[in-house]
Design a protein around this ligand. Structure first.
Ligand SMILES: *Cc1c(COP(=O)(O)O)cnc(C)c1O
Length: 452
């Protein structure tokens, strides 16, 4: 019997990140300053990010060295296993060969520390004492709390108020790693106080929490801001997973026909697929399909326009060209907190625009049905975000069953769902509702897009 999981040794962890900006056959739309309407320069970002990360954001070097201190921390859980989903293949009765890269083995339980650790390191190097960030369900906040703790930085997390109250355990995890967590909107920023004055029960949103975290960073000299997805440097740090996966598939003697991942801001899936997209862009693997899975309740790629928009609600961030539902977007209350962002990573958007990658939108009941099928075969209970990828893989595997094709399907199993059992409970008890984001709301939000 062939193996179930393909392991690498610690000495096989990639020592460089892969930068797709070196290999894109088109140029990326510039990031625009909302005040001047001109492309931004490094000095515009200096109040919020350390210079090393600003440089990575615009670098066109193909490979960027991972600092040794960061490699050392990665070794706590990397390399992560690549599993062959033999039991699930059997349960689905499919000839497809399904593999998953298991990122749930990190201490915070997802792919997010791949960038959190690197970001904490570069900030520490430049003398920063304190990092601020936002978090929805708490996955990013806990990853940054973990990273900051290892490098001796203070960490302040603005947590979307509904999640703060509904999901206390991620907060406890952040506090265990030494972070300070407040519900957003909060009394700690001007923007938060303004929103609370208008509505003391304001539920908050990711866009609002970003505004508060950015305001906190720009108003304190020793503080910078950290973002867990969307930006080029975050996607760069995540390419550690795709590079490991390539080596592991080589050992297995396979190459993907289809790559699948869920997309919130796009970082986990980009981390997996960018090293393979390189092959496709070079014409080596033209038939490789790269499929992004997003919720019907937050369909940025499948239904948003490709336009310049703010990254936050208070309109403080630079303008990014992305598929967007509008910076005023207030997400419906679906259970995958990590997929409720209005925009999407500009790199993903550009590749989608140029048709290198595809996207599908899914309803959450179908998503949880697939996740339960996976859990009953493979054992792992995946995060609600990841479950979107699981659903697409299941659909593709069942198509293979129809056609008799033995395709190789690989997905990023981005994290475990142990803090999301409330969502599984809602599904199992038949109380989960499907939401399709209304067309009128997309049209309304379009009117609020900045003119560039
Ligand atoms: C945050 C999160 C996501 C979504 O974010 P991306 O930047 O798109 O990866 C997906 N899966 C898990 C487990 C997450 O924690």
């Amino acid at each position: 019997m062939a193996e179930n999981k393909i392991m690498l040794g610690e000495d096989q962890i990639p020592t460089q990140w892969y930068n797709i900006l070196a290999d894109l056959p088109f140029s990326m739309p510039p990031v625009i300053h909302p005040g001047t309407g001109q492309p931004i320069g490094p000095e515009d970002l200096a109040p919020i990010f350390p210079m090393a990360l600003i440089k990575q954001e615009v670098s066109t070097e193909r490979y960027i060295d991972i600092p040794e201190e960061v490699q050392d921390v990665y070794k706590l859980w990397r390399p992560t296993p690549l599993y062959r989903a033999r039991r699930w293949e059997k349960a689905l009765d499919t000839p497809a060969r399904i593999y998953y890269k298991w990122e749930g083995v990190s201490p915070p339980g997802s792919h997010k520390p791949n960038t959190a650790v690197a970001q904490a390191y570069y900030n520490k190097q430049e003398g920063v004492k304190r990092l601020t960030t936002e978090t929805g369900a708490g996955q990013w906040g806990s990853a940054l709390a973990f990273g900051c703790n290892l490098f001796g930085l203070e960490c302040k997390v603005y947590m979307v108020r509904v999640s703060y109250h509904q999901k206390p355990y991620r907060r406890v995890l952040m506090e265990t790693w030494g972070a300070t967590v407040v519900p957003s909107p909060s009394e700690d920023t001007e923007f938060g106080r303004k929103l609370l004055a208008e509505d003391p029960d304001a539920p908050g949103s990711l866009g609002i929490a970003i505004s508060e975290a950015v305001e906190d960073a720009v108003s304190h000299d020793d503080t910078k801001y950290s973002l867990g997805s969307v930006l080029n440097h975050v996607l760069l740090h995540q390419t550690i997973t795709g590079q490991e996966t390539k080596k592991q598939l080589e050992i297995a003697g396979d190459y993907p026909d289809i790559l699948v991942g869920c997309i919130g801001g796009g970082s986990n899936f980009a981390g997996l697929f960018l090293p393979f997209a390189k092959d496709k862009l070079e014409g080596k693997t033209p038939s490789l399909r790269i499929i992004c899975a997003e919720p019907e309740a937050c369909p940025s790629l499948t239904r948003g326009p490709y336009a310049y928009d703010f990254g936050d609600t208070a309109m403080m961030t630079p303008l990014l060209k992305m598929y967007t539902l509008g910076h005023t977007f207030v997400p419906p209350p679906i259970h995958s907190g990590g997929l409720r962002y209005h925009g999407m990573a500009p790199i993903i958007c550009a590749l989608y625009h140029h048709k290198t990658i595809e996207a599908v939108a899914l309803h959450q009941n179908a998503v949880f049905e697939a996740a339960v099928s996976f859990a009953r075969a493979e054992g792992f209970v995946v995060a609600p975000e990841t479950a979107h990828a699981v659903k697409v893989v299941m659909d593709e595997a069942l198509k293979c069953k129809e056609s008799g094709e033995a395709k190789v399907i690989v997905f990023n199993n981005s994290g475990h769902g142990h803090f999301d059992l409330g969502a599984y409970d809602a599904y199992l008890s038949g109380e989960l509702k499907d939401y399709k984001y209304p067309e009128e709301k997309i049209k309304e939000a379009l009117k609020e897009l900045p003119k560039v």
